[in-house]
Design a protein around this ligand. Sequence first.
Ligand SMILES: [Zn+2]
Length: 283
Amino acid sequence: MPVLSDVINALDTLWPRARAEDWDAVGPVCGDPGAGVDRVLFAVDPVREVADEAVALGAGLLVTHHPLYLRGTTSVAADTFKGRVVHTLIRNGVALYVAHTNADRADPGVSDALAAALGLRVTGPLVPDPDDPSGRRGLGRLCALDRPLSLREFAALAAERLPAAAQGVRAAGDPDRTVRTVAVCGGSGDSLFAEVRAAGVDAYLTADLRHHPASEAREHSPLALVDAAHWATEWPWCEQAAAQLDAVSERHGWGLRTHVSRRVTDPWTTHHTAPRASEGAPN
Ligand SMILES: [Zn+2]
């Protein structure tokens, strides 16, 4: 059985911490480097129910995409939800490790997993990493569809292939517009509109699209927008990441057992379509 420091070295090789954004907080959060690890749970969010799941599973390590603490803290007292998570994990011998923007930029990265979930062919990164001579790392991915779909069909495909969250999938643009090429970015992608427009793709699939950036993007160009739940766009990475660690474990003969949390940790829990959505505001 490997010890935590062995597994952390493997994770650091898959997602080098130096490739995270300056503002990010990645790597180990808690855990004893000398403790044995035989089960690892992957999840998007380090929230209470995921910590409880790791404990119930007997995991020695929880790997999440989102950081628990993004800024410095002076207390891990259990009177906050984050402190409670830390207590639950440490008391039960579960380490926590975060791979966030370093996993976004990796090859394969978060957006490769999103593209794969939809069966899209990746042609390159949306924002290439200048330090990568292979030209494969970077933020977001540009993709081609094997056969053209209408925007309506493409949004329906995303709704069908991504894990179900209450928000579902919404699209902006002519539903009959033909989609042959798309940009995808797991998580909040509305800071990348300029790069998406420059790429000249037909549609952009991401999450957390806000009114003003989306409205302005629609006014700028005929680019169609497809907005899914943040958690749903990043969850496919958990399966990809677990498979990557499985391969490392096999190479070393570690016998690790990896698991992926299926709990929906998107914060939104219900969705109501307006019954007369096409009629607009009342007169
Ligand atoms: Zn995210």
